[in-house]
Design a protein. Structure first.
Length: 114
């Protein structure tokens, strides 16, 4: 199953891809960390530590310190998939982060994303 493969990927492999995506569009690591922190409750130091520890992407979400209560309000389309239509909760959280990062990369002000 495709989802299981995504869940088992190391966060340390995903984070640089997200960072590269936003930096190519003129955004910063601090802005990316703010988006991730809003959704998951992880701070910048914790994100660095998680990259070193080799936590899986699935565990990154299931062990998040404070999943934002508004995560289910994130809507839109990512890679042709409507975020709110994703039924599997963990995959939906992953798609929510994808959507937030897309909005950041598109130049949307951080205040409006959060």
């Amino acid at each position: 199953m495709r989802e299981e493969k995504v869940y088992q990927m190391e966060f340390s492999r995903v984070y640089p891809l997200l960072l590269n995506k936003v930096e190519r569009k003129g955004r910063t690591r601090e802005e990316l960390d703010a988006v991730i922190g809003w959704l998951t409750g992880y701070g910048p130091e914790e994100l660095e530590d998680l990259c070193r520890k080799g936590i899986s992407y699935g565990s990154f979400f299931t062990e998040a310190p404070r999943l934002n209560g508004n995560w289910e309000k994130v809507t839109g389309v990512v890679c042709g998939v409507r975020v709110e239509a994703v039924e599997e909760p963990l995959m939906r959280k992953i798609r929510c982060l994808d959507k937030l990062v897309d909005e950041l990369a598109r130049g949307k002000p951080l205040e409006k994303i959060l």
